[in-house]
Design a protein around this ligand. Structure first.
Ligand SMILES: [Mg+2]
Ligand SMILES: [Zn+2]
Length: 178
């Protein structure tokens, strides 16, 4: 993908922007120390940034949608796509379903083939991206290494375009920065 053609990057939260891959309430969530640089590089290149996250604890009232929206806006993201449902809700937005990507495409007039998903989980982040023909970068933070090892079977038919050590390295690869 040419850098000039990239319209937007969808970034997973837990294990990609910060944290451990597990639920952490927005008031306690700490981005990794390189994450802000990654967001800034994308903005400098005129690429839209969107949060792209499953947060089923919202359905259990352990946090609110607004708590997450405020968190993502504080990072300077253009928008946040958040699935609040549990797997029992059978919604179309919970990754690996591509509902949030389709909603974003409609709302922001995007060609998803010119968008990229960066995340740490193969069988949610990478499968959702694959379903709509978006680019796929797996990061090795969070669940990244286990996605490539014990959980590889769950997404065996899909390959990432690139495996990055972390979010900043993913963005630098995407932008062709040495
Ligand atoms: Mg994650
Ligand atoms: Zn949902």
């Amino acid at each position: 993908m040419n850098v000039e053609d990239i319209q937007a990057v969808f970034i997973d939260r837990d294990g990609t922007i910060g944290g451990t891959g597990h639920f952490i309430h927005p008031k306690n969530f700490k981005p990794y120390d390189f994450s802000e640089d990654a967001f800034q590089l994308l903005r400098d290149h005129g690429i839209k940034t969107f949060a792209f996250t499953n947060q089923h604890r919202i359905s259990r009232k352990e946090a609110s949608l607004q708590d997450f929206q405020e968190e993502f806006l504080s990072y300077g993201f253009d928008d946040a796509f958040i699935c609040p449902h549990s797997e029992h809700d059978k919604c179309k937005c919970r990754k690996p379903n591509p509902g949030m990507l389709l909603e974003a495409a409609k709302k922001h007039n995007l060609d998803l083939k010119k968008c990229v998903v960066i995340g740490d989980v193969g069988d949610t982040d990478m499968l959702a991206a694959h379903a709509v023909g978006a680019g796929r970068i797996l990061v090795l933070t969070g669940w990244g290494k286990s996605s490539l090892n014990q959980y590889r079977d769950a997404w065996k038919d899909v390959a990432p375009d690139y495996i990055a050590s972390n979010l900043l390295e993913a963005v630098r690869w995407l932008l062709k920065i040495d």
